[in-house]
Design a protein. Structure first.
Length: 115
Protein backbone atom coordinates (compact mmCIF):
# COMPACT_ATOMS: atom_id res chain seq x y z
CA UNK A 1 0.00 0.00 0.00
CA UNK A 2 1.39 3.39 -1.02
CA UNK A 3 1.90 5.85 1.81
CA UNK A 4 2.42 9.58 1.42
CA UNK A 5 3.51 11.68 4.38
CA UNK A 6 3.43 15.47 4.30
CA UNK A 7 5.38 17.85 6.49
CA UNK A 8 6.11 21.55 6.70
CA UNK A 9 2.77 23.22 7.29
CA UNK A 10 2.17 25.87 9.89
CA UNK A 11 1.26 29.46 10.61
CA UNK A 12 2.91 32.24 8.63
CA UNK A 13 2.30 35.94 8.17
CA UNK A 14 1.15 37.36 4.83
CA UNK A 15 4.12 37.76 2.52
CA UNK A 16 5.99 34.96 4.24
CA UNK A 17 7.20 31.60 2.96
CA UNK A 18 6.71 27.93 3.77
CA UNK A 19 8.06 24.75 2.25
CA UNK A 20 5.98 21.59 2.19
CA UNK A 21 7.51 18.15 1.66
CA UNK A 22 5.91 14.87 0.66
CA UNK A 23 7.69 11.58 1.25
CA UNK A 24 6.48 8.42 -0.47
CA UNK A 25 6.85 4.78 0.56
CA UNK A 26 8.18 3.89 -2.89
CA UNK A 27 10.14 5.51 -5.67
CA UNK A 28 8.69 8.82 -6.80
CA UNK A 29 9.26 7.69 -10.38
CA UNK A 30 6.75 4.86 -9.96
CA UNK A 31 4.03 7.50 -10.22
CA UNK A 32 2.84 9.10 -13.44
CA UNK A 33 2.36 12.43 -11.68
CA UNK A 34 2.72 13.81 -8.18
CA UNK A 35 1.26 17.00 -6.91
CA UNK A 36 -0.20 19.16 -4.23
CA UNK A 37 -3.88 19.90 -3.74
CA UNK A 38 -5.50 22.15 -1.19
CA UNK A 39 -8.89 22.44 0.39
CA UNK A 40 -10.00 25.59 2.14
CA UNK A 41 -12.89 25.58 4.59
CA UNK A 42 -16.19 25.30 2.75
CA UNK A 43 -14.54 24.87 -0.65
CA UNK A 44 -13.74 22.02 -2.96
CA UNK A 45 -10.31 20.50 -3.14
CA UNK A 46 -8.27 22.05 -5.94
CA UNK A 47 -5.03 21.24 -7.69
CA UNK A 48 -2.25 23.65 -6.73
CA UNK A 49 0.75 22.24 -8.58
CA UNK A 50 1.83 19.00 -10.19
CA UNK A 51 4.92 17.43 -11.71
CA UNK A 52 4.97 14.55 -14.17
CA UNK A 53 7.40 11.66 -14.26
CA UNK A 54 9.17 13.49 -17.06
CA UNK A 55 9.51 16.66 -15.02
CA UNK A 56 6.79 18.80 -16.61
CA UNK A 57 5.14 21.09 -14.10
CA UNK A 58 1.84 22.91 -14.02
CA UNK A 59 0.30 25.35 -11.57
CA UNK A 60 -3.09 26.79 -10.88
CA UNK A 61 -3.19 30.42 -12.00
CA UNK A 62 -3.48 31.89 -8.51
CA UNK A 63 -0.07 30.54 -7.44
CA UNK A 64 1.95 31.04 -10.60
CA UNK A 65 5.12 33.00 -9.88
CA UNK A 66 4.78 32.40 -6.14
CA UNK A 67 4.87 28.60 -5.71
CA UNK A 68 7.39 26.13 -7.06
CA UNK A 69 7.05 22.35 -7.13
CA UNK A 70 10.19 20.23 -7.21
CA UNK A 71 11.13 16.59 -6.96
CA UNK A 72 14.28 14.93 -5.66
CA UNK A 73 13.94 12.43 -2.83
CA UNK A 74 10.68 14.12 -1.87
CA UNK A 75 8.16 16.23 -3.72
CA UNK A 76 8.36 19.72 -2.31
CA UNK A 77 6.20 22.79 -2.67
CA UNK A 78 8.01 26.07 -2.03
CA UNK A 79 5.43 28.72 -1.27
CA UNK A 80 6.49 32.37 -1.32
CA UNK A 81 4.59 35.63 -0.99
CA UNK A 82 1.83 33.81 0.84
CA UNK A 83 -1.61 35.38 1.03
CA UNK A 84 -4.53 34.85 3.36
CA UNK A 85 -6.37 33.08 0.55
CA UNK A 86 -3.67 30.41 0.49
CA UNK A 87 -4.93 29.21 3.86
CA UNK A 88 -6.04 25.59 3.48
CA UNK A 89 -5.22 22.00 4.22
CA UNK A 90 -2.63 20.91 1.67
CA UNK A 91 -2.60 17.31 0.45
CA UNK A 92 0.08 15.42 -1.38
CA UNK A 93 -1.23 13.39 -4.31
CA UNK A 94 0.33 10.65 -6.40
CA UNK A 95 -1.16 9.02 -9.49
CA UNK A 96 -0.56 5.63 -11.04
CA UNK A 97 -2.13 4.60 -14.30
CA UNK A 98 -2.14 0.86 -15.10
CA UNK A 99 -5.14 0.80 -17.36
CA UNK A 100 -7.14 2.54 -14.64
CA UNK A 101 -6.19 5.68 -12.77
CA UNK A 102 -5.40 5.23 -9.09
CA UNK A 103 -4.93 8.24 -6.80
CA UNK A 104 -3.07 8.13 -3.50
CA UNK A 105 -3.36 10.83 -0.85
CA UNK A 106 -1.46 11.99 2.18
CA UNK A 107 -3.15 12.89 5.43
CA UNK A 108 -2.90 16.64 4.80
CA UNK A 109 -1.04 19.47 6.47
CA UNK A 110 -2.55 22.78 7.58
CA UNK A 111 -1.22 26.03 6.17
CA UNK A 112 -2.54 29.18 7.80
CA UNK A 113 -1.61 32.62 6.52
CA UNK A 114 -2.58 35.25 9.03
CA UNK A 115 -1.20 38.29 10.81
Amino acid sequence: QVQLVESGGGLVQPGGSLRLSCAASESLYSFKTMGWYRQAAGKQRELVAAITRGGTTNYTDSVKGRFTISRESTVDLQMNSLKAEDTAVYYCNAVKINGLRRDYWGQGTQVTVSS
